[in-house]
Design a protein around this ligand. Structure first.
Ligand code: SAH
Ligand code: SF4
Ligand code: F3S
Length: 476
């Protein structure tokens, strides 16, 4: 979830769907005869999966390209979370029709969540598609490509109870060489009524901790300094060596093992679910300086009746108790962010006010904010009417965004006059003479370059801020 990059954009451009900006593969020429292009939509899980797909195809003798006009195979790794995420993919496919006209041998494959949702229906709806491949079927890609090469349409949308791709080394795409994502689990066993993910990604399963630690260690040896452990609900991470074995590992234990690799390796994680978020994780975070003090704890709504309709399995009080636990154990400095949905089925004006008041109480550093988008076949689509008009949804969303902008600025102002340890991720997007990095609390900091470089830890005195960025000077 390139959340960091989007952080600036969502608040400055109020692009409500900023999470769904595509990511594309880079140019990598190993002298192979065939080239693949991959474009990824949706969350960080999808971006991480694209790195697995690239690894599998490189083994099969494919180079990667950043220009689809040069590709023999074009993959779109798709997202189905909201209606407009799917619309983006359909528009992209229209655009690719010309490519296929000019180079008829080019194969087009749709991967990921939209592929899983629509299955072979995709082939009927979008004639230019040659392959439809769900998130658990990527090992089968070599066979599917061969089938498509032979002129057949190829489909594999089988969802697995075991697949974690644990043994596959991802090929890092769009990498800054400093930060990387590691998938620690797949699927989701929650049934939030609005959400398509349990249907597109299947049952929850946890990856073997040894392979996770080995991947993190390897990244550190390559110069990476910040890893984010990824899962839809990391707090329910639970691994067992075998049915009979007593050897188990929970999320707090996994976090500790990754933190122990090296004090200079920062560890982050996302997403936490309020119902499973334990004090044990908070105490582990407090124990290690290199576990970043930042928690993404999506509330979705501030009203208990709406939360119940959403089947989030916690209420407003429970959520606020978890926030109080964060403040008690990690203090005021810990960054907290949320996801909020405006205009869920039957949400009243008062209930919407509860979301605003929750935001006012918590004072999030950052938020991802959406209008409710009904997804076919989800529990909400089956049982509840999508009865809030688009105008009201958008007005409520704008109120939520406005509240968040105020609170981001307020939280950023608390950092003024303080020194923060910043890990440099690269040159600032706005100026070649400035570097950009993040604090432990996930705040973006921009400061004059001097002699510092990517991958350095720099102490920065913060002297100015906007609602999206801290500005400062390095202290030598
Ligand atoms: N596993 C994570 C989030 C996964 S999806 C969690 O439980 O929080 C990311 C976010 O998209 C969700 O948190 C939710 O805010 C939003 N979302 C999911 N389905 C949606 C829908 N149908 N309409 C609008 N927003 C949705
Ligand atoms: Fe969707 Fe809920 Fe699972 Fe998150 S926890 S992926 S919102 S079902
Ligand atoms: Fe992620 Fe979108 Fe799938 S948010 S899990 S890519 S539906």
């Amino acid at each position: 979830m390139e959340r960091v990059v989007q952080q600036l954009e969502i608040l400055t451009e109020t692009d409500k769907e900023a999470c769904e900006m595509p990511r594309i593969s880079k140019e990598e020429n190993r002298g192979n005869s065939r080239k693949m292009y991959i474009e990824s939509y949706g969350c960080q899980m999808n971006f991480a999966d694209s790195e697995i797909v690239t690894s599998i195809l490189q083994e099969q003798g494919f180079d990667t390209t950043s220009d689809f006009n040069n590709a023999d195979v074009i993959f779109l790794n798709t997202c189905a979370i909201r209606e407009n995420a799917e619309q983006k993919v359909r528009n992209r496919l229209k655009h690719l029709t010309n490519v296929k006209k000019n180079r008829p041998g080019t194969l087009i494959g749709v991967l990921g969540c939209m592929a899983e949702r629509l299955k072979s229906k995709f082939l009927e709806e979008e004639r230019i598609v040659d392959m439809v491949v769900g998130p658990d079927a990527y090992r089968d890609l070599p066979r599917l490509v061969e089938e498509a090469d032979g002129g057949q349409k190829a489909v594999n949308v089988f969802l697995s109870r075991e697949e974690t791709y644990a043994d596959i080394s991802p090929v890092r795409l769009n990498s800054n060489g400093v930060t990387a994502f590691i998938s620690i689990m797949r699927g989701c066993d929650n049934m939030c009524s609005f959400c398509v993910v349990p249907f597109t990604r299947g049952r929850e399963r946890s990856r073997d901790p040894y392979s996770i630690v080995a991947e993190a260690r390897d990244l550190f040896a390559q110069g990476y300094r910040d890893v984010t452990l990824l899962g839809q609900n990391v707090d329910s991470y639970k691994w067992k060596a075998s049915e009979e074995s007593k050897e188990t590992c929970n999320f707090a234990q996994l976090l500790e093992q990754v933190a122990l690799i090296h004090p200079d390796l920062r560890v982050r994680f996302t997403t936490s679910h309020p119902k499973d978020f334990t004090d044990e994780v908070l105490h582990t975070m407090a124990k290690y300086e290199n576990i970043c003090k930042y928690i993404h704890l999506p509330a979705q709504s501030g009203n208990s009746r709406v939360l119940q309709l959403m089947n989030r399995t916690y209420d407003r009080e429970w959520y606020l108790d978890r926030i109080a636990a964060i403040r008690r154990i990690l203090g005021e400095e810990c960054g907290i962010s949320t996801d909020m949905i405006a205009g869920f089925c039957s949400e009243t004006e008062e209930e919407h006010q509860d979301s605003l008041s929750l935001m006012e109480i918590v004072k999030y550093d950052f938020a991802y904010m959406f209008t409710y988008s009904e997804r076919p076949n989800t529990p909400a689509a089956k049982k509840l009417a999508d009865d809030i008009s688009p105008e009201v949804k958008n007005r409520r969303l704008n109120e939520i965004i406005e509240m968040q902008q105020k609170s981001s600025l307020e939280r950023n102002k608390l950092d003024l006059g303080k020194v923060h340890k910043v890990l440099v991720e690269g040159t600032s997007k706005r100026s070649e003479d400035h570097l950009q990095g993040r604090t432990s609390a996930n705040k973006v900091v921009v400061f004059p370059k001097k002699h510092y470089k990517k991958g350095d830890y720099v102490n920065v005195f913060v002297n100015d801020c906007t609602n999206a960025t801290l500005l400062g000077e390095a202290i030598d």
